[in-house]
Every structure is written in C-alpha cells, then in structure tokens.
Design a protein around this ligand. Structure first.
Ligand code: PRP
Ligand code: URA
Length: 209
C-alpha cells in the first residue's frame, strides 16, 4: 500500500494558513503556492540518489557528491497544478514537465480528460503528479491512470490539501503511489469541496471568480 506523508514543517504550515485565508488576494496566493511547492519539493527529493565526484576547491581536491542523474518528470493537473510547477523547477531545473488537463464535471464530480502531453521518454522517468487539491480523488486517480497507460512506472502524488476520502480513493486505486500532503483536512462537503480547505484552487490562483 502506498505511504502517506503529511509535511509538518513549520514554514509549510505557516504559509498554508495564509493560502487558506479568504483575505489573501490572487497575487499573494500565487506566490505562496509557489513557495510551498518549493518547500515540498525539498522534502520529496530526500531520497534522490547521489554519486561521488572529485571537485577542485581553491585549496585541494575534495570528494563530494552530485545528483546521480535520475530522470524526473513533473505532471501538473491543469489548471491548478500549474501553480506548483515553477516552485518545483526552481529546485529541480532539469526535470521535464508534462501536462494532463482534467476538469471535474460539476454535476457528477467525475474527472473529464481534455489534454495530455508527456515527455517522450515516459518509461525512463520518475514522475511527481502535482495538484493543490485532493478532494474526491477522482482527478488524481484519472491523471495517474493516464500516466500509467502511457508507460509511467514510478509515480508520486503531491498536493497542498487533501480530504481523507480522496486519500483513501487514491490509495485503493494506486497502491504503488506514495502521497505527499501539506495538510490533511477534515472532510468533503456536499459539493465535493474540502472542509476547511481553501476554496477553489484554480479560481484563487487565476482570479476567475
Ligand atoms: C480541482 C483541483 C483538482 C480537483 C480535485 O480542479 O485542482 O484537480 O478539483 O478534485 P477531485 O479530487 O474531487 O477530483 P477543477 O476540476 O476545479 O479544475 P480546474 O483546476 O481547471 O479549476
Ligand atoms: N477542488 C478545489 O479547487 N477545491 C476543493 O475544495 C475541492 C476540489
């Protein structure tokens, strides 16, 4: 079964409070999502393999370490996942970015895929699927299905806020996928929104409401 990690780093928790705040405007919301995505990327890359190299310092030759060159891919679920991409790329600039476009049908809450463009070497990469919200879990499950269908084997899912219901749905559908969360909230409301949550992530990022 996939593991669930809730990041309790004080900086992440502090920034998340302002992300939730209804008084936080679009510009600041975007900046905070970007910053939290960077902090989460820092934690999620803890297990990246290293290799030893020799480096000439001004004093002598030192044995030191660099990343062993594992190929990574970041997959934002459009639209809101886009808000997390730059923050991750600041730390992992060599990662390739694929896009999966999904929207939740407002009546059925079922995800509908409208776009998918992935790096050509899907089978060789480890992927991090990103979306600020994991609510019913439908979008995350569908995005991961889409990636697996195209040959991806090693996938992590990263979000800012998750509902317990959504976490269970992803664990059940994709037991091989570890889930990384900044906050695990109480529940979903009757409209499939996370409580207390942050509202509609796409609208808050892009000012569409
Ligand atoms: C939001 C969010 C997730 C999805 C989560 O996107 O960004 O993708 O809902 O809900 P789920 O877990 O119940 O599937 P939305 O469908 O509103 O699309 P948008 O990002 O284009 O606004
Ligand atoms: N999508 C959002 O943007 N917010 C929620 O609370 C649930 C789904």
């Amino acid at each position: 079964m996939g593991k669930v990690y809730v990041f309790d780093h004080p900086l992440i928790q502090h920034k998340l409070t302002y992300i939730r705040d209804i008084k936080t405007g679009t510009k600041e919301f975007r900046e905070l999502v970007d910053e939290v995505a960077s902090l989460m990327a820092f934690e999620i890359t803890r297990d990246l393999p290293l290799q030893e190299v020799d480096v000439e310092t001004p004093v002598t030759t030192a044995k030191s370490k660099v990343l062993a060159g594992k190929k990574l891919g970041i997959i934002p679920i459009l639209r809101a996942g886009l808000g997390m991409v730059d923050g991750i790329l600041k730390l992992i600039p060599a990662a390739k970015v694929g896009h999966i476009g999904l929207y939740r049908d407002p009546e059925t809450l079922q995800p509908v895929e409208y776009y998918a463009k992935l790096p050509s070497d899907v089978e060789e990469r480890d992927f991090i699927v990103v979306d600020p919200m994991l609510a019913t879990g439908g979008s995350a499950v569908e995005a991961i299905n889409s990636l697996k269908k195209r040959g991806a084997k090693n996938i992590k899912f990263m979000c800012l806020i998750a509902a317990p219901e959504g976490v269970e749905v992803v664990k059940e559908a994709h037991p091989d996928v570890d889930i990384f969360i900044a906050a695990l909230d109480e529940k979903l409301n009757d409209h499939g929104y996370i409580v207390p949550g942050l509202g509609d992530a796409g609208d808050r990022l892009y000012g569409t409401k």
